[in-house]
Ligand binder design. Sequence first.
Ligand code: CUA
Length: 301
Amino acid sequence: MSAGLHEPGNEPTTHETLHIDWWESLWIRISTVVLICFSAAVFYATTQLGIQVPGVHMRIDPTTVNDPAKSPFANPQVTQIAEGEYEAYVRSQIWLFTPAEIRIPVGSKLTMYVTSQDVQHGFKIDRTNVNVMVLPGQVSKMSHTFTEAGIYNFICHEYCGVGHHTMFGRIIVEDEAMIAAATATAEAVAAAPTAAPAAAEGAAPVASAGDAEKGKALFVTCAACHGPNGEGVTGLGKPFTTSEFIASKTDAELVEFLKVGRAVGDPLNTTGVAMPPKGGNPALTDQELLDLVAFVRTLHQ
Ligand code: CUA
């Protein structure tokens, strides 16, 4: 009977067949306006603010992430690719990022490639919109332009085991004053009196240029793997109480060692567990490392 609808006099009139309550009509209009606003905001954020959803840059075999022939993550580092543009490869593993410290000049655009060699981690940079999950087998890529000088911590924000809370690093965005200060600190450490290598067995611990009391307060970073009294933890960290290595090194040598740590691939690594740079706390300054060395020397028996 549909043909009959088009005969004169049979046209439906809106107010008879489609009654919309005033309130319902109002809400339909509000919903429509809200959807238009959301769409406009997404369009503006994408085209004007450059906000992007981090994508999968590429796939990678997590078992060969440490193979220099197959992976740019074997020796991950920061490189300058153009004026004001830097590129960083960051490898995640339990429980550290390599590199844990990235230095770039203020105003630089940093593009980061991040992957994991073991389990699921996270990568979030404080005070930026960089925030991704880091999955084994996947390389995540994201960029950020750092227009303000300062220290931006990045953290693992996916629970990845007992050392999860120690997994972080930092990006140091330097202006000229910060570069000058860093140079001055490096010179001060180089000029610090170096303690003589260990004396014969039974001799008093070697004197150190650091402040052992302050070092004691910082020792919590080391205690996680080396035990609360430096007695060592089987399968994690070696004991300090009997360490010939510590006794045979000068303060400056130990500070240099602490800054680098000891990766699993290092032939001198005898535990099979990575010693992360600065024990996993990249916030430690050179002076604080000196203080830690001073305290660790007091543990030697
Ligand atoms: Cu890696 Cu939490």
